[in-house]
Design a protein around this ligand. Structure first.
Ligand SMILES: Nc1ncnc2c1ncn2[C@@H]1O[C@H](COP(=O)(O)OP(=O)(O)OP(=O)(O)O)[C@@H](O)[C@H]1O
Ligand SMILES: [Mg+2]
Length: 395
């Protein structure tokens, strides 16, 4: 298997002002499942295409296991790639679609047939071997595309939004299939998506990208608990973290009732901040509650909209003056009886609060559940998988 190390990877296309990729450094470990996540146009596909050798960097390097890949054509990189639109040959049968690459690489008829049979069985497609792509369902076509990438025994598996053409149920099924393939074969995988659910469930580590740059590389749990900046904080989570640009003040400083956002004396002291200092205060919708015993943060809000999700309510709120009607979202238990226009006070504990620098957006507070990196370093894979499940549930 293969470690992949892009270094200073930059790509500028002709007739564009900003580079599509702007100095990407990554260290993708042997056998790792890494997801590239970010908004449309942030450079995910361009990164993947350069790793595949389909696109050449304007500057920077890509190494596989320390070996320079610049200038080495894609067919010599032992890479299997799956695209969003499957890119199957419509006039070929399933079997022929899978055989084509091996035969054109000079594999014998017998060994090609054996390998294709193996992959068809692995993906549960043996009975469809003689059909053409148009005679198959979307999910089956997607499996063939996976099979075609696997048949050449790649050392690197690259997938660009492979599930986005499938309906929700099938997407979930295929997601489990991809996770199973990775667990069984341990092929280094780089997977592009803008679906957070996919990223959080599949990834060992997620690379969050924005405007051609890497914002953070971390496990799903680290991203959720300790986002580096306001972009990652707002992007991860469903919905993302509430980010309130406010002066830090206690109920007493504000003069009781005069401010919609106040923190406890204890929190202010522990943060080492002065009252009145402006910060961006981050708190996740699922960390707000209406019971305020010993809370570190207090928010006086007005209900703007209540969405009923069955399991919980998603409540859209506004914080009043002097914060200038800041919007806020809270996930509250389904038994709350709330209507548009109601006033409600919400609270959160200290461990849920993150502070960010208002000018740079960088996180100021350390993660407060102990040292996350230390906690994660000693963990087994199953421990990480369990934490990943917790994060997915929270999102
Ligand atoms: N061949 C090209 N010529 C010019 N600009 C391009 C080309 N390919 C990509 N770009 C630009 O590079 C930037 C990154 O594109 P890329 O396809 O990598 O984004 P992405 O993150 O995969 O987005 P999406 O989620 O929409 O697929 C975009 O601004 C895009 O318009
Ligand atoms: Mg793309």
């Amino acid at each position: 298997m293969t470690a992949i190390e892009p270094e200073g990877l930059t790509k500028s296309f002709a007739n564009t002002s900003a580079p599509a990729l702007d100095g990407i450094d990554l260290d993708i470990r042997d056998g790792e499942f890494v997801v590239l996540l970010g908004p449309s146009g942030c450079g995910k596909s361009t990164t993947l295409r350069m790793i595949a050798g389909l696109e050449q960097p304007s500057s920077g390097f890509i190494r596989f296991d320390g070996q320079m890949m610049n200038g080495i054509p894609g067919r010599d990189r032992k890479v299997g790639m799956v695209f969003q639109n499957y890119a199957l040959y419509p006039h070929m049968t399933v079997e022929e679609n899978l055989s084509f690459g091996l035969r054109s690489r000079g594999e014998s008829k017998a060994s090609t047939a054996a390998r294709v049979g193996e992959v068809l069985a692995m993906l549960g497609l043996a009975e469809h071997a003689k059909r053409r792509p148009r005679e198959l369902s979307g999910g089956q076509r997607q499996r063939i595309a996976l099979g075609r990438a696997l048949v050449g025994r790649p050392s690197v598996f690259l997938m660009d939004e492979p599930l986005s053409n499938l309906d929700a149920n099938l997407r979930e099924q295929m997601r489990m299939e991809i996770a199973r393939l990775h667990t069984e074969h341990g092929i280094t995988t780089v997977y592009v998506t803008h679906d957070q659910g996919e990223a959080l469930t599949l990834a060992d580590r997620i690379v969050v990208m924005d405007s051609g740059k890497v914002r953070q590389v971390a496990t799903p749990r680290e991203l959720y608990l300790a986002p580096n900046d306001t972009f990652v904080a707002g992007f991860i989570g469903s919905p993302g973290m509430n980010l309130l640009r406010v002066p830090l003040q206690t109920l007493e400083d504000a003069g009781h009732g005069a401010s919609a956002v106040t923190v406890s004396d204890g929190l202010l002291a522990r943060l080492g901040k002065n009252a009145g200092e402006e910060v961006v205060l981050g708190v996740r919708p699922e960390d707000l509650r209406s019971d305020g015993s010993a809370a570190a943060l207090r928010l006086d809000c007005r209900v703007a909209l209540v969405e009923q999700f069955g399991t919980h309510l998603q409540v859209h709120l506004t914080l009043g003056a002097p914060c200038g009607q800041l919007p806020l979202i809270a996930k509250l238990p389904a038994d709350h009886d709330l209507r548009r226009g109601d006033m409600i006070t919400l609270y959160s504990g200290e461990s849920a609060i993150r502070l960010f620098d208002p000018s740079t957006g960088s996180r100021l507070t350390e993660h407060r559940h102990g040292d996350l990196s230390l906690a994660l370093a000693g963990q087994s894979d199953s421990g990480i998988a369990q934490q990943r499940d917790e994060v997915v549930e929270a999102c």
